[in-house]
Design a protein around this ligand. Structure first.
Ligand SMILES: [Fe+2]
Length: 258
């Protein structure tokens, strides 16, 4: 039968919505509680919805009973101080799974490439229901930081670089893409990440906010791109060698987060 997917999301695997006027809102993300949760890069997460409403960030499939990334339960201590973020996650009216704010420390282009991973959003997702995709609403103003997407992990020509000023709103099929954020700056980056179920509600929300399936890549010089690629490949090789020395075959990155 297959999963319900959204036509406009299938086109390139992501959409960029109209900018949100982030400046009009209080910075709720500075008042919520974060827990240490290792993802791509140096991160912490503040859960707004979790498997059972607890202050934790684990994938829903790692709980008992294991289940897919749907029917998240609001974490009251955090939603009490972040009602606007909760409302924004609810606006599409689609089923919500994990919903959290990520705090990411600055990093380098080559390390961001190394951090790229595919999410495991649809583990245990029943056939015939909606494919899980993820919304990224940038909260802090990071116009020189970007979401890096690659259809092919080792093919830079497939790279998309979406800038992340405050109010940037993206929806990405993060199971399809290798992805990570390159965050330039001196302060942490904050972003609301929500797992949504594909279906007519999310489709209508994307249309309402004029989802665009293509953007102009954030510019990088060929020299910088080459240097970053070399750094990325070196780290991949070093990791493989380190694991091989222990008799482990490197099966590459499988990170459910970020
Ligand atoms: Fe991710």
């Amino acid at each position: 039968m297959g999963y319900t997917k959204i036509d406009v999301m299938n086109e390139t695997g992501y959409v960029v919505l109209d900018m949100y006027d982030q400046a009009k809102d209080p910075k709720e993300w500075l008042d919520i509680e974060y827990v240490d949760w290792k993802s791509s890069g140096v991160t912490r997460f503040a859960p707004l919805a979790s498997a059972f409403g607890e202050m934790e960030c684990n994938g829903f499939w790692n709980h008992t009973p294991p289940r897919t990334d749907k029917d998240g339960v609001w974490v009251q201590a955090n939603t009490d101080v972040a009602p606007i973020l909760k409302k924004r996650a609810e606006e599409p009216g689609a089923n919500i799974g994990r919903c959290r704010v990520i705090e990411l420390q600055p990093n380098e282009y080559g390390d961001a490439l190394y951090n790229m991973h595919q999410d495991d959003n649809n583990r245990l997702n029943p056939d015939g229901t909606g494919w899980i995709v993820r919304g990224f609403f940038n909260l802090s103003d990071n116009p020189d930081s970007m979401m890096i997407l690659r259809e092919d992990r080792f093919d830079p020509s497939t790279e998309v670089r979406i800038p992340l000023p405050a109010g940037a709103q993206l929806i990405v099929d993060t199971q399809r893409f290798w992805h990570a954020v390159w965050h330039q700056g001196t302060e942490p980056r904050y972003c609301l990440i929500t797992s949504w179920e594909s279906g007519p509600e999310l489709d209508a929300y994307i249309a309402k906010h004029h989802g665009k399936t293509r953007i102009e890549n954030y510019p990088v010089t060929p020299e910088l791109a080459e240097k970053a690629e070399a750094h990325f490949r070196r780290r991949v090789d070093e990791r493989a060698a380190a694991l091989a020395a222990k008799g482990i075959v490197d099966e590459s990155v499988k990170d459910p987060e970020a």
